[in-house]
Design a protein around this ligand. Structure first.
Ligand code: NAD
Length: 254
């Protein structure tokens, strides 16, 4: 297969993944019908509304509780990057996802552009301009679920009484400091950037393929529908992430 040949001599693969890498694990992307994400009004994920409206915060915790009620597990696409990293042929993964499945698969270097649902953090009392301004306290997401189970609808920071939010990036929220630079640094060190399951429509994430190309990397896109970057890719594989990458890594590593 063409992708096996392209990756055979690669020693510094970097993955760049979107929601489509996790759909084979059962987590819907934004457009899949019926998923947790599509049953909640996107306006309720706006940072400013979270800050100003306790009902929005309660709804948000309800959504998170529902999300974590499922025992999500990594699929062959997540495992592919972890196996390549173990074999010394992958530098790591940049992901737009918040589900933590790359780490569950065993990837050690993971840049999470949009944060993680696996932790919660203090965002301060009245953060402005989409910028969390907390005291620095954070905790595993289970901390919040314990507070909710204890009857608190809107848990507050145990250190400074500020608002507590999932450590994810909501609509209208600034990305966490340093994360875009970390992502750009990683993709610029790639000899092959493998983009998987991203519509490549959300900036600044969608700028990363050009960063990699500018630095001399080859670009591979694995997606089940066209993306705006197909024309500049060295190889486009139209298919499902795990179904494509599982056999490719089997062929490379045996
Ligand atoms: P997107 O929904 O815009 O694009 C996903 C792309 O993957 C689409 O082109 C879709 O056709 C394709 N796809 C779906 N399943 C696939 C599969 N099995 N194999 C190959 N391709 C597949 O997602 P995005 O580009 O990541 O951007 C949306 C935002 O949604 C992200 O910022 C992310 O933070 C967030 N999100 C995250 C999760 C998660 O953490 N698992 C889930 C939903 C949304």
């Amino acid at each position: 297969m063409e992708l096996v040949e392209l990756l055979r001599d690669a020693r510094a693969v970097v993955g760049f993944t979107g929601a489509g890498v996790s759909t084979e694990s059962g987590i819907p992307d934004f457009r899949s019908p019926g998923g947790v994400w599509t049953r909640y009004d996107p306006r309720n994920f706006e940072f400013d509304r979270y800050v100003t409206d306790p009902e929005v915060r309660a709804l948000s915790w309800e959504m998170r509780t529902e999300f974590f009620a499922e025992p999500w597990a990594p699929n062959r696409a997540h495992l592919a990057f972890a196996r390549l990293e173990d074999a010394g042929r992958c530098l790591g993964v940049v992901t737009q996802n918040i589900d933590g499945l790359h780490q569950d698969a065993g990837s050690r270097t993971v840049v999470e552009l949009h944060g993680t649902a696996r932790r919660v953090m203090c965002i301060g009392h009245r953060p402005e301009y989409g910028t969390p301004a907390g005291c620095g306290w954070d905790a595993p997401h289970t901390w919040a679920f314990e507070r909710l189970d204890a009857g608190e609808a809107d848990p507050h920071c145990p250190r400074c009484e500020g608002l507590v939010k999932s450590s994810t990036v909501s609509f209208g929220q600034q990305l966490f400091p340093g994360v875009v630079d970390a992502a750009s640094d990683l993709v610029r060190r790639a000899d092959v950037l493998v983009v998987v399951g991203s519509s490549l429509q959300v900036y600044p994430a969608a700028a990363l393929p050009m960063d990699a190309i500018d630095a001399g990397a080859r670009l591979v896109i694995v997606n089940d529908e066209p993306t705006p970057f197909d024309g500049v890719a060295d190889l486009v594989v139209r298919g499902r992430a795990g179904e494509v990458l599982g056999p490719v890594v089997d062929a490379l590593l045996g």
